[in-house]
Design a protein around this ligand. Sequence first.
Ligand code: NCD
Length: 311
Amino acid sequence: MDGDLITMDDMTNEEIVSLLDDAERLLPVAHGEEFLPLLQGKLLANMFFEPSTRTRMSFETAMKRLGGDVVNLGDVKSSSAVKGETLYDTMRMVDGYCDIAALRHPRQGAAQYAADACDIPIMNGGDGAGHHPTQTLLDLFTIRQAHGRLDGLTVALVGDLRYGRTVHSLSHALARFDCELIFISPNQLSMPTDIVSDLTESGAKITETDDLYSAIPEVDVIYMTRIQKERFPDDDEYEKVAGIYKLTAADLTAAKGEMIVMHPLPRVDEISPDVDASRHARYFEQAFNGVVARMALMCKLLGIDVPGGAA
Ligand code: NCD
């Protein structure tokens, strides 16, 4: 892994597994049961040009739990972006202020652009409808925690596969661990054809359908996603597909016992609240896992070993 995390292609499978192992050892630190100031003296720039709750807060929590500190861009409307400052200039400045930066931006490709402008490590916290690799790390952590492995699972990715960046990054990673992927979406929101052909060419087993309910008994993971309203060219198009999938506790009676339901959150109405109490629900644990995954990632990018790993 060289200095940045922009897409999952920046990590080998071995690097992913070793990072998940590091993350696991950091669980007591994330829970506040141990204090381990591995990142003392380090400063994270949280550069969020788009709304974020979990990603921004879990980066901040991760840095502070490891003894480091954080500076935030704050509200974009009160930043110099409104005066017309370019992303390049803003990031060049951050490069001088901080040791590492997390960037979220509405434009696809913005994270790579920022990485090209900076010497410090850049972590892509979501670039438009492009990628979201730090979410993938916590998703993989959650899947491995539940199933004890990543290899050979059957995973349904459901909802907005067109604009959803979480599923773009996750499908690439799961395919590399020989998972079987079921892409479930209405036709208008299907997985971009370039991603499907990339995955198929690399040997991934993929099924595309719009039928969620028939897939439920087959799968080890159901990964629900929000319809990405903000990426639609117009409201009418959004209205045609809004609320298309709604998973309820009753739907899960057909599921395997160990099947888990995930969601990167925020949810709108894709998962009924009655699923929260079921043995299958994992989305709140998944959000918590963002802290350990991002702790392990920042240690890795800053060249700091997490104690207790293989020599
Ligand atoms: C996702 C995102 O921003 O892409 N949220 C997150 O990071 N947990 C998913 C979404 O907004 O629907």
